[in-house]
Write a protein that binds this ligand. Structure first.
Ligand code: HEM
Length: 389
């Protein structure tokens, strides 16, 4: 995410998710300033109700999870049939077109006339960015005029509200352009990743009924087993360690975001007897690490017990960075706590209310099939949802 070449600035992805001075991009002091303002709200819980999104017995998991995580980052007003959701999906789909990934110069505005359908997506993107700006302006007006909205407790505010509040505070004030870039960046980094993670968790639970039952029992023990929806508090979330184990194992087995994390070596380093010279470009392969049989036993199997106290994951952690879905170091994911909290709220609520299973004709019967560049999305994943109350 942090190496975006200048020729990519005209691409769909470059225009949407990078923009000027977005947090992913700058190095040095400017990045530090942006990161220090954003990190303050990355631990806020969401209060979105997962029940709102499930409206049939068999659901297209990824598209529904995407809508839910959009709500959670607060750039809502995007109801499920909204033209903006469709437009956003078209833009994201176009952004992962391999031809323009390999030859980004083809998207130079002077060459776009050669690709009318691509030109159309750029027009859709213009509309989308204008809409985002409108949402920002509208939210700002609400915050300026409505004392009730600003007086809410921090953990009741959505991410957009917190970003707007942070943007006008302190020495690191953001320009409108920077704010829009950051919001778009968070839009991409903040909801598709978690939507992918939730989709894979639902898949792993649907294909491992005993694990599913254990997560449900834990949820009922903590939240009660009456036939009513209960929104877990932060304290209750902490009382559900097995759910956390399932989330961690899913993030090990199913890499949902970047798998290749690039770094430049800042000093000569001895890595297990291999000298890596200062200035060298190196890459961490997250998926390769998570599926490495020298690090994990039977790495291709789904087994949440690895993350039990005293289990395999603790031994792996003593050896080094064997579990790194959010990367590590100064540039590791800023949304780690936000995403984990979303997942820890969603899963217990969902399982108290629904039993999950895979349709007999699922293409994912033997293993999860995914596609994507930069993000790994399960392909056409349908899950049966049987209501429990
Ligand atoms: C399961 C969910 C997620 C996963 C697996 C994930 C993974 C990652 C990874 C691997 C990186 C690259 C870090 C590096 O270069 O070392 C990253 C960066 C980033 N992520 Fe996430 N992410 C997730 C959710 C989120 C959420 C919910 C947000 C925001 C609300 C977010 C915001 C960011 C930002 C802003 C960066 C760039 C940080 C920087 O360069 O300083 N991510 N993420």
């Amino acid at each position: 995410m942090n190496i975006i070449k200048s020729q990519q600035k005209h691409t769909i992805f470059g225009r949407f998710a990078v923009g000027p001075n977005i947090i992913f991009l700058p190095q040095g002091p400017h990045w530090k300033a942006q990161r220090s303002f954003t990190i303050r709200y990355s631990t806020q819980p969401t209060n979105t109700d997962p029940d709102k999104v499930v409206d049939s017995t068999s659901i297209d998991v990824h598209s529904i999870m995407t809508r839910w995580t959009l709500d959670a980052i607060g750039i809502a007003g995007f109801d499920k049939n909204s033209e903006w959701v469709t437009r956003y999906h078209n833009i994201m789909q176009a952004s992962s077109n391999p031809v323009f990934h390999i030859f980004p110069f083809l998207e130079n505005p002077r060459l776009r006339f050669l690709f009318p359908s691509r030109k159309m997506v750029h027009h859709e993107l213009d509309l989308f960015l204008a809409k985002m700006q409108e949402i920002i302006t509208h939210k700002r007006e609400i915050l300026n005029n409505n004392k009730l909205a600003t007086n809410k407790r921090t953990n009741e505010k959505d991410l957009l509200t917190l970003m707007l509040e942070s943007a006008k505070e302190g020495n690191d004030k953001l320009t409108d352009e920077e704010l829009l870039s950051n919001i778009c960046g968070f839009f991409v980094a903040g909801h598709d990743t978690t939507a992918n993670a939730l989709s894979y968790i639902m898949y792993n639970l649907a294909t491992h009924p005993k694990v599913q039952e254990k997560v449900r029992e834990e949820a009922n023990q903590v939240l009660g087993n009456q036939p009513v929806d209960v929104l877990p508090t932060m304290e209750q979330i902490k009382e559900m360690p097995y759910t956390q184990m399932v989330i961690k194992e899913t993030l090990r087995l199913n890499v949902v975001a970047e798998t290749i994390v690039p770094r430049k070596v800042t000093e000569d380093t001895d890595l297990g007897g291999v000298l890596i010279k200062k200035g060298a470009q190196v890459q961490l392969d997250i998926m390769g690490t998570h599926r490495n049989p020298k690090i994990w036993n039977n790495p291709d199997s789904f087994d949440p017990e690895r993350f039990a106290p005293g289990g395999e994951a603790e031994k792996v952690a003593k050896m080094g960075n064997g579990w790194v879905p959010f990367s590590n170091g100064a540039r590791m994911c800023i949304g780690l706590n936000f995403s984990l909290t979303e997942q820890r709220v969603f899963i217990p609520m969902l399982l108290r209310k629904y039993e999950l299973s895979l349709p007999d004709n699922s293409i994912h019967k033997d293993k999860a099939i995914f596609s994507g560049i930069g993000q790994f999305v399960p392909v056409d994943l349908q899950i049966n949802m049987k209501k429990r109350y």
